[in-house]
Design a protein around this ligand. Sequence first.
Ligand code: UDP
Ligand code: MG
Length: 296
Amino acid sequence: MFNKVTPLLKDKKDTSLTSRSVLFTVIVPCFNEAEALPEFQKQTLAVLDQMQVPYELLYVNDGSTDETQILIDQYAQNLGVRALHLSRNFGKESAMNAGIDYANAQAIIFMDADLQDPPQLIPQMVNTWLDGFDIVNMKRKGRQGDTTTKKVTAKLYYCLMKKLNPSFVIPEQVSDFRLIGPKPLAALKTMPERMMVMKGMIPWLGFNTTEILYNRVAREAGLTKWNYWGLIDLAIEGIISFSKKPIRWYTFAAIVISLITAVAIGFDTAQHGANLIHLIAFILTFLSVGIALIFD
Ligand code: UDP
Ligand code: MG
């Protein structure tokens, strides 16, 4: 089944992470996932071991306050499994970024810890990469387990992003579950951004990309960490990172408002003479145009 990577087959007994060449790293950001992790670890290791290739499973503990730390330290006793603990909860994007920095392999795969991203699909993802694709996006057939509000807000977000930046498309129904091959991974690592919004950054990179359809199931156990504030935060970050349009609109509005203000001040001064309000209004519009031009 996995003959494409047979030349990389290694005997597990004499391989160590430092000496072997790791084919891919599965990066798993975890925040308070103690309830879901045992099943995740069991299913994922079963799949990875069956593949018989040098892999790395990297858990990134994003400041969990439950038993997550203890569990992943236990799992890290296994060959090929590593644990990375962040000093506090930074959010999933930061946890994924930390994972990129610490991954040792040629390619990386992002997966959630709650089994919504089925580990059974890893061999197909790796094979698709080895077939010649640089990025393998996993596209959900449906959004089982998601509320209607979440589905609607996600739809709106994609529509807005498409309008704001038509030069590249953020694929719909593609979450963070994807494989990133060596070339895009190297490009990603050279980027100076302090905060990478993966959803936008990966399609922005370009490269030879394909999609695999899959069924996203409900989470294995525990509760979603998703909330509206997090989504709004991510949406704003995405909008201002990938489009100049909002600041363009601001510049345009600032210029129009300052022109209207100048005309109004002119008329009012002619009728009633100059006063302090005119001066303040003039300074404020002058400043807003200046701010717009600096950021534009
Ligand atoms: N996660 C994280 N840090 C956070 C929030 C979430 O590392 O601050 C991880 C979480 O443990 C899971 C993945 O991100 O592995 C997706 O989170 P969740 O399942 O809560 O989101 P949803 O699938 O509901 O959108
Ligand atoms: Mg989830």
